[in-house]
Design a protein around this ligand. Structure first.
Ligand code: SF4
Length: 479
């Protein structure tokens, strides 16, 4: 049976006398033993699997004659390589078809639940985990993908692992890890209209740096986070890794419990109430101490856009770029120091990804788009993060808003976030993207240029044909 795991409830309660962070409590509750290397052997409650980082891990398992230790704690989906225009099998790209077939075979042989494109729950691994209620507070969650930090939005300790670690978790459900320090990131105040969770996390990464979180788990809190939905918290936690923090989390609260109630894999009935009591106990104690604390004022954050080749190189949309002349990123992107990103002509608009491909993201984008049309020179894609998101959006008629406006309405997958599928930039194209990485070549073209921003900003750019300040667009739109 699928359920939260910890060595004993005692682990959770022993901190009654010793204030601790959620990170420490979850770590202790899942510690199997201390290893001679000084690392901790941790039990992994949930292992999420996708097609890209697992074929070699399963091959290694086969070579050793090992079987999957806990198939009931392992769930698979396909996301990176699936085409989003048609998901009919066989895929036209033979490499993608081979990866899909390998995942199907590996999951069938091991007794692992797989959501393939012909199932109703397929989608990006970090979208479907929370959506199905697999992701729960107080868990250790591992996945062969760096944006696994997303699941921390529900109070889990979740992190990406490499292929050899995927093998380790498949074989033993355990991992050997070094503990992390915990940095509390306090965000207080009200976000202005047209300013979103994406702007908050881009601002955090800009200030703390893309390596600022190395060695830390980020605990996000404060009044801004308290008022955020789980979707918004997921956007924040998702990009923790872009700031160097392998883990980002928000303490579970009533918003978390309301989100989870009734979801397919969440506890039901009395078990749910018992789970809530345990989940509450795992939250950071009020008098816990942190290794570091940083504070942000949300009320001064503005719509933010990247200008460079890492997610820390960002500015407010109307702020001059302050990089040194000759900077590599400026040269690659074609910007000049002292100029603004606002007014930059775009070729492609992409709304999707595990950062911003959820229903609320599409709703906000539709609010901007309604009654307008995509600029003639822009190719604009809406790619729901999961089939469930796509169905929910269609039930609300959002697809009609987008299609009427000239967007392409696609199937669920990673799409142009990474370009490991037919959705790719061409040549030097500039893309306004709601995803999480703007590295050189990220969207499929080695010379393509990616500007990261909120889905509403992408929608506004698609309509205008250039980067604009979404606050101006929203002026005429009812709140
Ligand atoms: S949407 Fe992008 S970042 Fe997220 S899992 Fe897919 S490729 Fe990775």
């Amino acid at each position: 049976m699928y359920s939260s795991w910890c060595r004993s409830q005692e682990s959770a309660t022993k901190h009654c006398h010793m204030a601790a962070t959620l990170f420490q409590k979850v770590w202790d509750a899942h510690t199997v033993r201390m290893l001679p290397s000084g690392q901790t052997q941790l039990f992994v409650g949930l292992h999420l699997v996708h097609e890209v980082t697992t074929p070699q891990a399963f091959d290694m398992m086969r070579q050793h004659g090992w079987t999957v230790a806990f198939p009931e704690r392992t769930f698979a989906t396909v996301d990176h390589i699936v085409p989003t225009s048609s998901q009919k099998r066989p895929f036209l790209d033979m490499m993608a078809e081979e990866m899909m077939t390998a995942l199907e075979r590996n999951c069938r042989d091991a007794g692992i639940k797989l959501w393939a494109p012909d199932s109703e729950n397929q989608g990006i691994v970090h979208v479907i985990g929370p959506e199905l209620g697999l992701t729960q507070p107080g868990m250790i969650i591992a996945c062969g993908d760096s944006h696994t930090s997303t699941h921390g939005a529900l109070g889990a300790i979740a992190f990406g692992i490499g292929t050899s670690q995927v093998r380790d978790v498949l074989a033993s459900q355990c991992l050997a890890l070094d503990p992390l320090k915990v940095r509390r990131i306090e965000i207080s105040g009200r976000l202005g209209r047209g300013v979103y969770a994406k702007d908050v996390i881009l601002t955090i990464i800009r200030r703390l740096g893309v390596h600022g979180g190395v060695g830390f788990a980020y605990e996000y809190g404060g009044s801004t986070i308290d008022q955020m939905t789980i979707d918004e918290r997921m956007t924040i936690c998702n990009m923790s890794i872009e700031g160097g923090a392998r883990i980002g989390y928000v303490n579970p609260d009533d918003t978390t419990f309301t989100f989870l109630r009734g979801r397919q894999f969440a506890p039901a009935g009395d078990a749910f109430d018992r789970a809530v009591a345990w989940w509450r106990a795992m939250a950071t104690d009020a008098d816990a101490t942190y290794d570091d604390r940083v504070a942000f004022d949300a009320s001064v954050i503005e719509p933010t856009v990247t200008w460079g080749i890492n997610p820390g190189q960002s500015v407010a949309v109307n702020e001059p770029i302050d990089a040194a002349p000759g900077d590599e990123a400026l040269a690659f992107m074609g910007f000049k120091t002292g100029t603004r990103v606002q007014g930059t002509r775009i070729d492609v608009a992409f709304i999707g990804s595990c950062t911003n491909g959820r229903l609320s993201d599409l709703e906000e984008a539709a609010r901007v788009v309604r009654g307008h049309h995509v600029a003639p020179h822009v190719k604009a894609l809406i790619v729901p993060g999961s089939q469930a998101v796509r169905r929910a959006a269609e039930a609300r008629g959002l697809h009609e808003v987008f299609i009427d406006a000239g967007f392409e309405w696609r199937g669920a997958g990673c799409s142009m976030c990474l370009g490991m599928n037919p959705d790719q930039l061409e040549g030097r194209q500039i893309s306004a993207s709601s995803s999480n990485r703007n590295f050189k070549g990220r969207q499929g073209s080695p010379t393509g240029r990616t500007l990261l921003m909120s889905p509403a900003m992408v929608a506004a750019a698609a309509i205008a044909g250039e980067i604009v300040d979404v606050r101006e667009v929203l002026e005429g739109v009812p709140a």
